[in-house]
Design a protein around this ligand. Structure first.
Ligand SMILES: Cc1ncc(COP(=O)(O)O)c(C=O)c1O
Length: 382
């Protein structure tokens, strides 16, 4: 129950045991073509390319910057957590000029904040983190932000590593030019593959540029696929099998149900936290669908909570990152998340808090979650 890597579907795990095929042969070519089609479903696009790389999520973020940003290009990067900070650092490594907005704590960027900055700044790209995993906030008005970007002649790029598949983000419908995601979060596959979707508008920019990364050269990957149905470099073939299997599982469930399932499970977690008497870190209107960030009561230590949950109840949750280390705990509600493991996690947390002397009635959180689940009988919860 950490915010990735998440529990992996058995079919995806089993797929990794298949005999290894070579990446220059027909079996791989077939797998790769199928994978690319299935990835389009994950990103909810029919027309646009989605290109996978053998790398973790950061690779996809770096890929976007290295393919679309020249030295001196301005990129607007609103700052509201660790992963937004990383984007700023990557843009700077590629000699881009970062324009920032510091967003108040416990919030994510809004369309009006972006609009305000663009009154005085011309930027080539706006790069936002859809779901900021370090603070448990999500951007609510991404579609509007994309429109504002385009009205100002800028590209919109999104880090959706911990949000895609767990919250609404149809990239083509919302006109998101470049979107980064990864295998190990809401897709419920093992870590090792990241992906980038590319709009026609983004291709125009990329095609007019010299690639600035050897490994993450989008044009090269596109050419290799069109000409040979292969990748330029040796891919992590067992993970390609696993991700393709996880995508088939996603197709069977349906992306709409998967997103609704994440919403219901998140709502159950939030209701339980309130019933237990814990405060969520994110302001209510910015709360994430996939990462439940909860403040640690002053009288308790996050390391004790996590240790007891892990050792006595077999439930692993995460602590805070950077400035929030020791101040919050984070529960990943992603991927295969379902009623059974939500209930188990809440119960483990209740029992742990009781043991640590927190004043609560064990069962109050479970009851609150049960009430939420009973409201959504139409959603398949696995
Ligand atoms: C929003 C976000 N972006 C980027 C990353 C980095 O992904 P990775 O660790 O797979 O490189 C993460 C990882 O948790 C993330 O949550």
């Amino acid at each position: 129950m950490i915010p990735g890597p998440t529990n992996v579907h058995l079919k995806a795990l089993e797929a990794m045991q298949r005999p290894l095929t070579d990446h220059r042969g027909p079996k791989f070519e077939e797998l790769y073509a199928e994978l690319l089609e299935n990835l389009k479903y994950f990103f909810q696009t029919r027309k646009w390319d989605v290109i996978p790389f053998t790398a973790s999520g950061t690779g996809a973020v770096e890929c976007i910057i290295s393919n679309a940003i020249n030295p001196g290009d301005k990129v607007l990067v609103p700052l509201y957590g660790n992963f937004t900070n990383r984007i700023k650092e990557i843009v700077e490594i590629y000699y881009g000029k970062v324009v920032t907005i510091k967003i108040p704590e416990r919030e994510a960027v809004t369309a009006s904040q972006i609009e305000e900055v663009l009154k005085n700044e011309k930027v080539k790209m706006i790069f936002v983190v859809f779901n900021e995993t370090s603070t448990g906030v999500k951007v609510r008005d991404l579609r509007e932000i994309a429109k504002i970007a385009h009205d100002h002649g800028a590209l919109i790029a999104v880090d959706a590593v911990s949000g895609l598949g767990g919250d609404d983000l149809p990239v083509e419908d919302w006109d998101i030019d470049l979107c980064a995601s990864a295998s190990q979060k809401c897709l419920a596959a093992p870590p090792g593959i990241c992906m980038v979707s590319v709009s026609d508008r983004a291709w125009e920019v990329i095609n007019s540029m010299k690639a600035r990364s050897y490994y993450f050269d989008l044009k090269l990957y596109k050419r290799f696929f069109v000409e040979r149905r292969q990748t330029p470099f040796t891919p992590a073939i067992p993970i390609f099998y696993a991700v393709n299997e996880a995508l088939k599982v996603l197709r069977e469930e349906g992306i709409e149900n998967r997103i609704r399932r994440h919403k219901v499970c998140a709502e159950a977690f939030y209701a339980a936290m309130e019933a237990i008497g814990l405060s969520c870190y994110a302001k209510k209107e910015f709360r994430s669908n996939t990462t439940i960030a909860v403040e640690v009561p002053r009288s308790l230590k996050d390391s004790d909570i996590r240790r007891i949950m892990r050792e006595k109840y077999g439930v692993h949750i995460a602590g805070g990152m950077a400035d929030l280390r020791g101040k919050i705990i984070r529960i990943g509600s992603m991927g295969m998340v379902n009623r059974r493991i939500v209930m188990r996690t809440i119960n483990a947390l209740e029992c742990t808090l009781k043991e640590l002397g927190w004043n609560l009635r064990v069962g109050s959180g479970v009851e609150a979650a049960l009430e939420v689940f009973s409201k959504y009988s139409g959603v398949q919860l696995l």
